[in-house]
Design a protein around this ligand. Structure first.
Ligand code: THU
Length: 137
């Protein structure tokens, strides 16, 4: 069973993801992404995409937010919300899905954008039969 978000928490996450795009460093793709995660403690952590002249080193907004949460001492993720200033929502890439799985195998995942279109789903729906910590125990 995946975690259930209250409407108020969902709104706070969306607001934090939207605000995070102010710090985006995306001079190469010009594709701005903000993300916010709800961690086990109930705190929200945000992140933006951070690109690099060596393109392969670009870091997605989702992973920036997740790593910020983990660096603050969190161990679990309950929800991940992505925001892009686009007409359609953007979903986490495969690498980010795998990183979400590490800390939030049952996480709620939502994506919002600049239109009324949105996607509300869960990590198990996005990454079926995932490889994860359980395989190494
Ligand atoms: N990006 C994200 O930050 N999150 C996503 O879900 C998709 C892609 C970033 C990576 C790169 O900086 C830019 O968007 C274009 O791929």
């Amino acid at each position: 069973m995946s975690f259930k978000l209250t409407p108020a928490t969902r709104r706070r996450l969306e607001k934090a993801a939207r605000a995070a795009t102010k710090a985006c460093y995306a001079p190469y793709s010009k594709f701005r992404v903000g993300a916010a995660v709800l961690a086990g403690s109930g705190k929200i952590y945000a992140g933006c995409n951070v690109e690099n002249a060596s393109y392969g080193l670009c870091n997605c907004a989702e992973r920036t937010a997740i790593f910020t949460a983990i660096a603050a001492g969190e161990h679990k993720l309950k929800a991940v919300v992505v925001y892009t200033p686009t007409p359609v929502p953007t979903m986490p890439c495969g690498a980010c899905r795998q990183v979400i799985n590490e800390f939030g195998p049952h996480a709620v995942v939502a994506s919002v954008c600049n239109s009324a279109k949105r996607i509300d789903t869960t990590l198990p729906a996005l990454l079926g039969e995932a490889f994860g910590p359980k395989n190494l125990r």
